[in-house]
Ligand binder design. Structure first.
Ligand SMILES: Nc1ncnc2c1ncn2[C@@H]1O[C@H](COP(=O)(O)OP(=O)(O)OP(=O)(O)O)[C@@H](O)[C@H]1O
Ligand code: SF4
Ligand SMILES: [Mg+2]
Length: 335
């Protein structure tokens, strides 16, 4: 591996479908279906797509909350590469736990309701026996100040139910960053917050990422949020990455029919990106034992039966410099 901080190779997650009158035990949801990407040190990659396309499943595999069913996740740590999808060594696991953190959509998920804010934020330090108690208190107070929960002393000993949603998410961010991780998966971290405080939480995450040189996988269904937060964007559809490029390139020159449709449906806050609407037929379905053809075939406005309907899902190819697209009908641009 080169200097990428995280590299995902042919990553796959299949969930068995409950056996029923209509379904045999051999049916699987192909939630994540052989995806590849890399995230460089300090870089933020956005993972964007509609509900059910596999974003959370991907994020959870990257932090080892879910086991992979195929492929690998490689993490660079001080010049060494750890395959986190197959860690067996205890020291590697410990190192991984401080290197990689996750911020959830619902901060309640990462909090024990019976533990105070101090206990919650300091937990990664306590578990790994980092610093003395006064050191930890000072560090927790510093982070509370950084995430805007001031005065810190008035928040330290509150319980999660005594905080607003926004305050809880700030606690979750402080907790994720207290061990100085190198890689953070953030799963829709602002989608449950009031619109009025979303930008300040996003600014906070950007500032802290910059200060700590953290790499992010930033999961969102909102292209405007991805634009604000991310250097590059990967667009996902039914378990596949269908387009991946630098943020402004992807938003300014979307090539995949699905990305084009998403962009026409979601206003991106810059008038220069407005384009005529494109209809997406139907709704996203579950990818159960998918047919060997393009996953977007049923909804694609330009699908061709003789090309797209008779071949397996198209490979992700570099159609323009650093601009990757999985579509048979998008031509490679001349260099
Ligand atoms: N534990 C599970 N068992 C079975 N199927 C699951 C499980 N978790 C997720 N799925 C299915 O896998 C697919 C991907 O789900 P996932 O939660 O990763 O999507 P998502 O992109 O995060 O969606 P959202 O935007 O709604 O959060 C969906 O079809 C979902 O129903
Ligand atoms: S391969 Fe065909 S069906 Fe798939 S996105 Fe491209 S044009 Fe549409
Ligand atoms: Mg999700």
């Amino acid at each position: 591996m080169t200097e990428a901080r995280v590299e995902v190779k042919d990553l796959e997650k299949r969930y068995p479908v409950q056996k029923s009158v209509f379904r045999s035990a051999k049916d699987f949801i192909h939630a994540v279906d052989g995806i590849n990407f890399r995230i460089d040190p300090g870089e933020s990659l956005g993972l964007v797509g509609e509900s059910g396309c596999g974003k959370t499943t991907t994020g959870r595999m990257l932090v080892k909350l879910l086991e992979v069913t195929g492929g690998e996740v490689l993490l660079q740590d001080s010049g060494e590469v750890i395959d986190i999808s197959h860690i067996t060594d205890k020291d590697d696991l410990k190192r991984f736990r401080s290197d990689v953190q996750m911020i959830f959509q619902d901060p309640f998920e990462s909090m024990n309701p019976r533990r105070t804010v101090y206990d919650t934020i300091a937990e990664p330090l306590t578990v790994q026996r980092i610093g003395t108690v006064p050191d930890r208190e000072a560090k927790v107070a510093e982070l509370l100040n950084l995430v805007g929960l001031t005065p810190a002393e008035s928040f330290m000993f509150r319980f999660p139910h005594e905080l607003s949603g926004g305050q809880r998410q700030r606690v979750a961010i402080a907790r994720a960053l207290i061990v100085d991780p190198t890689f953070v998966v953030a799963d829709e971290p602002t989608s449950m917050l009031d619109v009025s405080i979303r930008i300040s939480v996003m600014d906070l995450m950007l500032k802290l990422a910059d200060r700590l040189n953290v790499s992010y996988l930033y999961i969102t269904h909102d292209l405007a949020v991805a634009r604000y937060m991310c250097d590059r964007i990967a667009v996902m559809y039914l378990g596949k990455i269908v387009e991946l490029a630098d943020t402004e390139d992807l938003l300014g020159h979307p090539m995949h029919p699905y990305t084009r449709a998403l962009l026409s449906a979601v206003p991106v806050p810059d008038p220069s990106y407005q384009r005529p609407p494109v209809e997406i037929k139907g709704g996203i379905s579950k990818s159960i034992n998918p047919e060997p053809r393009c996953r977007f075939y049923d909804r694609c406005p330009i699908a061709r039966e003789d090309i797209c309907g008779v071949q397996d899902h198209p490979p992700l190819e570099e159609k323009a410099p650093n601009h990757w697209v999985a579509c048979y009908l998008v031509d490679k641009q001349p260099a």
